[in-house]
Design a binder for this molecule. Structure first.
Ligand code: ZN
Length: 470
């Protein structure tokens, strides 16, 4: 028997001003009010209603999952039910966890990798009521330290693309990747060509039946036992309107007719142990041909001058070091606090399972009054400084894009919290670093500097001292 798995990566960046209580309006998403709504109507909802979530393997970022929970309960529930159905049928769910803020893990320090993984696992368990055995890597970005951090937290497998591994026989695996100290992790490897074909040419295939006949059947002889297609889930319905039907017919009928059994990654990982080993090309990702240049230095993947990305990242890194140093200083004044464990536990407040006012008490931190409020603000600053590193801050060509502004807004909010907690204002150093980031304005093409973007946001925050964290 040969197997076919389609893995869909669903993700939306956090949109708009993160601290505004107003509903987000994005005119270019008309007739919908904003893009989350539009893509839900075109993709998440029809796919959920037609039952596709039961057949695919998928991960959904927490930024999107929490939005669905609040804005489209029917779709949200259907997605949860699809996973539960797989647990019942196959003793393996088909939803997969993802690091919390979609950060490029190889660019994170080890402690931050661990926090992102732990928060992602916790958010997943909160939504789906079970632990995930695998984890989706944001942008498939990988290095050995990331894989070690995943294994340390009980993650058994990840997904990479073919150009990221060496020594692979035909098929998607899973393969064993050896790690230091005798450890190992399983890696599924997606078929890069047919995955990309699906993403970029789906509308020209002439339907699932023809595609199965022309692509799936001829490749059976030398494709290996498992064929894995992994791509953005928005391909089916949003990028290609109405093509949730393609997925439906492929997974319920045509794949079977072509001699394949449809399987999910969670189920296959339980069925099959790795026979072969591969090695991983570190500091690679699925959407950049320049290592991790797209998120670290700027590269040719985006048009125009993208050196601003390196300057913005340097500004973020310098700010992070200062925020962390103040955080540790304050925490060591209180007996028995493990600063990183306290930060990691804060996810319970974000998810709403622990009220903010009970958090320190639950963590057995013996402080009260003003000191408690100061510590809480510093823990919150840790949360926002993690969010500065969401991959989308650095992904697009323009410094002035919504998603880059959003990253800088999170930095501004972390600075505000630190200032309130310690009376130390990190804004001027951060501004000076950001002034080296020169990009173009989205509408006019005029030059714009990072400090100008920051000033807009920071002034709004300074005026509105009661503004509420999301
Ligand atoms: Zn690139």
């Amino acid at each position: 028997m040969q197997y076919l798995c389609i893995h869909c990566h669903y993700y939306q960046p956090p949109r708009g001003n993160p601290f505004s209580k107003e509903p987000l309006i994005e005119p270019d998403a008309a007739p919908a009010t904003n893009w989350n709504e539009r893509i839900t109507t075109e993709c998440y909802e029809p796919n959920a209603k037609i039952g596709n979530f039961e057949e695919i393997s998928f991960n959904i970022g927490e930024t999107l999952m929490s939005w669905l929970a609040e804005n489209n309960a029917t779709t949200y529930q259907l997605i949860l039910q699809a996973d539960a159905l797989n647990v019942t049928r196959h003793q393996a769910g088909n939803a997969v966890a993802q690091p919390m803020h979609h950060t490029i893990l190889p660019l994170d320090r080890r402690e931050d990798k661990a926090t992102q993984i732990m928060w992602g696992k916790t958010a997943f368990a909160y939504r789906f009521g079970r632990q995930s055995t695998g984890m989706w890597l944001p942008e498939m970005a990988v290095d050995i330290e990331t894989l070690e951090a995943l294994v340390e937290q009980g993650i058994e497998w990840v997904v990479l693309t073919e150009s990221q591994v060496e020594g692979k026989p035909p098929g998607a695996g899973p393969y064993r990747v050896r790690l230091p100290e005798g450890k190992a992790i399983k890696v599924f490897v997606r078929d890069e060509q047919i995955s990309n074909d699906m993403a970029f040419r789906l509308g020209y295939f002439g339907g699932a039946g023809r595609w199965a006949h022309e692509v799936l059947i001829p490749r059976k002889r030398d494709a290996g036992r498992l064929t894995l297609l992994a791509t953005d889930g928005e391909t089916f319905g949003h990028h290609w309107l109405g093509e949730e039907q393609f997925l439906h017919w492929l997974l319920t009928y045509e794949a079977f007719a072509a001699g394949y059994e449809v399987v999910t990654l969670g189920r296959y990982a339980r069925m099959v142990e790795p026979q072969d080993e591969v090695t991983v090309r570190e500091n690679t990702a699925w959407s950049c041909g320049h290592g991790l240049g797209r998120w670290a230095t700027g590269c040719g993947c985006t048009p125009g001058d993208s050196f601003w990305k390196g300057a913005v990242r340097r500004a973020m890194d310098s700010l992070r070091i200062e925020i962390d140093s103040l955080y540790r200083q304050e925490m060591t004044k209180v007996n028995g606090i493990d600063p990183i464990a306290l930060r990691n536990a804060y996810i319970k407040v974000v998810l709403g399972s622990t009220p903010r006012e009970r958090f320190l008490q639950e963590a057995e931190v013996d402080v009260s009054g003003e000191q408690a409020e100061r510590l809480l603000k510093l823990v919150e600053a840790q949360y926002y400084r993690q969010r500065m590193y969401a991959s989308c801050t650095y992904f697009f060509p323009l410094l002035d894009s919504h998603t880059t502004r959003y990253g800088i807004a999170n930095a501004a909010y972390a600075i505000k919290l630190v200032r309130e907690a310690t009376n130390i204002d990190l804004a001027s150093d951060y501004r000076r670093d950001l002034s080296l980031a020169v990009g173009q304005e989205e509408d006019t093409g005029e030059p714009i500097r990072g400090d100008q973007v920051f000033d807009d946001l920071y002034n709004v925050l300074a005026e509105d001292d009661d503004c509420e964290c999301p």
